[in-house]
Structures are given as structure tokens and as C-alpha cells.
Write a protein that binds this ligand. Structure first.
Ligand code: ADP
Ligand code: MG
Length: 400
């Protein structure tokens, strides 16, 4: 598997301390929350994002408004930053490699990010890890050309056809009920490389958030139970109410193993399916802080964004302790359109709630399906947290 050491001619070998500049590729909501945490620790942040309205760019000390392969922007960023990370997996791996060649500490490395960029490579990697952890991906087959379509085994139907690259939030996916529907669906996806994954009988979904430091130190947050709607995360509840206690150490072990085998540095999320018979399936890897980890902002000693700062700055990792039960509600742009015309949601109803922590991302235009914010609902019990989550959802016209 992969080498676990960064190259030796790094700009700094010791911890990178404030007020150094940190660089982040991408300035969406994840980039913005990263910037906030980095600044509160006293760092300065440079965001690279081609969007002039980038939510992360708007709050950073410096926003380089350029493409991810813009030579001049990359040069400027390399001159300024002591360490660089990414908020999304579709950044060109070459860009991360460039920074590393400049002697900058890059976390995670391009080689780790490129595994998560391609579902085919990702599933191969998860299969390798399965030999050591016992938890592997769903049954699947690779489709690269027309001739592969006829070779697919019957047991993969009904299945989900997923593009190998650039899929997110359920985009680039089609459910295939019978073999006859496959050719058209594949052509509709642009005849690009895909995987056909058997549709699994999910009892529920969970994710594990692990953080690995430059020195191999590895910590794991409590596991989150996730409900998706239309392929997009809807709620995350922690601790997971449905997960058998005996599965917790197995899932944590499998996730830490993935980070170790990659030689990963930073925050890593692994999504899992738990089936009706309690079999656990590894679904996908996100090489970055994750939507299902937003609960850490209000419910843990250290948030996932502070951990990303700590890992990339070669600091010791923070305490992952859970301080309270929590249920996170995602707010999509749909909440602006509940009455038919576009209208600001009733934030006063949410802000009236003493233990509902509202986080809005400052995005200019709400659109259905666009992630606009989230609310961490805290509770003395899981039931209380879930109840608060259902109440604020109802206030916003979101079906709880
Ligand atoms: P994305 O990159 O869009 O998050 P995922 O592969 O995680 O793509 O799929 C999104 C959601 O679709 C999952 O969280 C799950 O609810 C559902 N899903 C995906 N693959 C399967 C499958 N093989 N069987 C059942 N449900 C699935
Ligand atoms: Mg997913």
C-alpha cells in the first residue's frame, strides 16, 4: 500500500504556530467553517476558489479568486502559506502535488485525495482494507465500455449506477431496477466510467470521523447516525441510537485502518451502511471534514475544523470527547421556498430555542438542494435532542 511519510525537504518540520498563514483549496461552507476556526486560533488564512462569492473567501484574510490550476495563483499561495489543505476531493491532485514539490506541508496529500476522487479506485482500496478490518464495500462491478454492460452478474440487480468521478449528494447516480434499463441510463450519464453497485437493504447509515496527525497519532469521534433524503444528508444524531455497542469498536478500527493504510494526515470521514442483518458495508471515504461531523462544533471539546487546523499545523490533536447528545439538521435552499415564493425562513423561531445552535453559511442565493446552513440541537438525552431537531425543522417548514 502507500507510503506513510511526507517528503523530507519540508518548509517546517516542527509545529506551525500562529500567526502563520494556512492555505485552503475551496471556499464553500466547509472552507468557511475552517477559516473561522483557524482565525480563532490566531492563524491567517488564504482561500483559493474561483467563485467571487465564495463563502470561505468572504471571511478569509486573503481570497485568491482563480482556478485550481492557475499557475500564478498557486505560486502566490505557495509563497504565503506554511501548510495547505483542501475542503473538497475534486481539487486536481496535481495541485496538491505542486505544493508538496514546493516544500509545503500538504495534509491530506494528493495521493490520498485521488483515492476518494474515483469510486473505482476507492472500492479497490476498501477491498484491500477489508482483508485487515473485515469491513468492505458493497458488491459491485466496473463499467468502462459498452461491452462491460453485458458482463454484469444478475445478483447486482436492482443496483445503483454511479459515475466513478465527480458525484456528490446523490448526483451522478441512477437506480437500475432491471438489466434492460442499464444501457440507456449509462448513456444518459455520458457513457463515462461507472460502478454498478448492488442496492443493499439498509437498516440505517452511520459515519465515522477520524483524525490522524503527522506523527501517526489517531483519534476517533463518536459515530454519527445519518438520515439522507434524496441522496443528501438530512440529520445526524450522536451517539447513534440504532448501532449495536459491539459494532462501535469494529467500525472505529476499520476507519482508523483506512487512515493508516493511506498514510493520511487530517480529518477523514468514512460512510457506512448497516444492513438488516447487522452486516456493515463501507460506502465511501471523504478526505476532509464532513457534513455528518458538523455536530462536533457544538457537542465536542474540539470541532472537526479545529482538528484539521491542528493536523495540518503538526500540532497534537484535540480532545474528541462528546459533551452532550446532539442531533444536527441540515438546512437546504428548499426552506426559502416553502410558501411557493422565495422568502427568508423564520429564523426567530429557531433562535428562540435555547439549545438549538444555528450556523448559516452566508451563501448569496438559496436554491433547492443547496446546503445553506445547519442547526445543532443539543439535549440531555438523545430523545430530547431529536425532539428539538424535529421542532426546529417544523418551524422552518422542513418535514422532520
Ligand atoms: P454521494 O457521493 O452522492 O454521497 P453515496 O454513494 O454516498 O453518494 O450515495 C448517497 C446515498 O444513496 C447513500 O447515503 C445511501 O442513502 C444511498 N445509497 C447509495 N448506494 C447505495 C446502495 N448500494 N444501496 C442502498 N442505498 C444506497
Ligand atoms: Mg455519500
Amino acid at each position: 500500500m502507500m507510503s506513510s511519510s511526507h517528503s523530507t525537504n519540508l518548509k517546517h518540520q516542527s509545529a506551525i504556530l500562529p500567526p502563520a498563514w494556512l492555505g485552503i483549496l475551496g471556499g464553500g461552507q466547509l472552507g468557511r467553517m475552517f477559516v473561522h476556526e483557524a482565525q480563532s486560533l490566531g492563524y491567517k488564512v488564504c482561500v483559493l476558489d474561483p467563485d467571487p462569492l465564495s463563502p470561505g473567501g468572504a471571511v478569509a484574510e486573503k481570497h485568491l479568486c482563480a482556478n485550481y490550476d492557475d499557475a500564478a495563483a498557486l505560486q502566490e499561495m505557495a509563497a504565503l502559506c506554511a501548510t495547505i489543505s483542501t475542503e473538497f476531493e475534486n481539487v486536481p491532485a496535481k495541485t496538491l502535488d505542486y505544493f508538496e514539490e514546493q516544500g509545503i506541508f500538504v495534509a491530506p496529500r494528493g495521493a490520498c485525495v485521488s483515492i476518494a476522487q474515483d469510486r473505482i479506485v476507492e472500492k479497490q482500496f476498501l477491498e484491500q482494507c477489508q482483508r485487515l478490518s473485515g469491513i468492505g464495500p458493497a458488491p459491485h462491478a466496473v463499467i468502462r465500455s459498452e461491452s462491460d454492460l453485458a458482463q454484469l452478474p444478475d445478483h447486482l440487480f436492482p443496483g445503483i449506477l454511479k459515475t466513478a468521478r465527480l458525484g456528490y449528494d446523490g448526483k451522478g447516480q441512477v437506480t437500475i431496477y432491471q438489466r434492460n434499463d442499464l444501457a440507456k441510463a449509462w448513456h444518459d450519464l455520458g457513457s463515462v466510467a461507472c460502478v454498478l453497485e448492488k442496492r443493499m437493504p439498509l437498516a440505517f447509515e452511520v459515519s465515522a470521523l477520524v483524525v490522524r496527525g503527522h506523527d501517526g497519532q489517531c483519534v476517533a469521534y463518536p459515530i454519527s447516525e445519518n438520515v439522507h433524503r434524496n441522496g443528501i444528508l438530512h440529520t445526524s444524531t450522536v451517539p447513534s441510537p440504532s448501532l449495536l455497542a459491539s459494532l462501535v469498536p469494529k467500525i472505529i478500527h476499520a476507519s482508523q485502518l483506512i487512515a493508516e493504510e493511506m498514510g493520511y494526515v487530517g480529518v477523514l470521514c468514512v460512510e457506512y451502511f448497516v444492513l438488516d442483518d447487522q452486516t456493515v458495508i463501507a460506502n465511501e471515504i471523504a478526505p476532509r471534514p464532513h457534513n455528518s461531523g458538523h455536530y462536533t462544533m457544538d457537542a465536542c471539546v474540539t470541532s472537526q475544523f479545529e482538528q484539521q487546523v491542528r493536523a495540518m499545523a503538526r500540532l497534537p490533536l484535540g480532545d474528541v470527547r462528546l459533551l452532550t447528545n446532539v442531533s444536527m439538521l441540515n438546512i437546504l435552499g428548499d426552506a426559502w421556498f416553502v410558501s411557493g415564493t422565495m422568502q427568508e425562513p423564520a429564523w426567530n423561531r429557531v433562535l428562540d430555542h435555547p439549545s438549538a445552535k444555528l450556523h448559516l453559511y452566508g451563501k448569496a442565493s438559496p436554491k433547492p438542494g443547496r446546503k445553506m446552513g445547519h442547526i445543532n440541537c443539543l439535549g440531555h438525552t438523545i430523545e430530547e435532542a431529536k425532539q428539538a431537531c424535529a421542532e426546529v425543522a417544523t418551524h422552518l417548514g422542513i418535514d422532520p
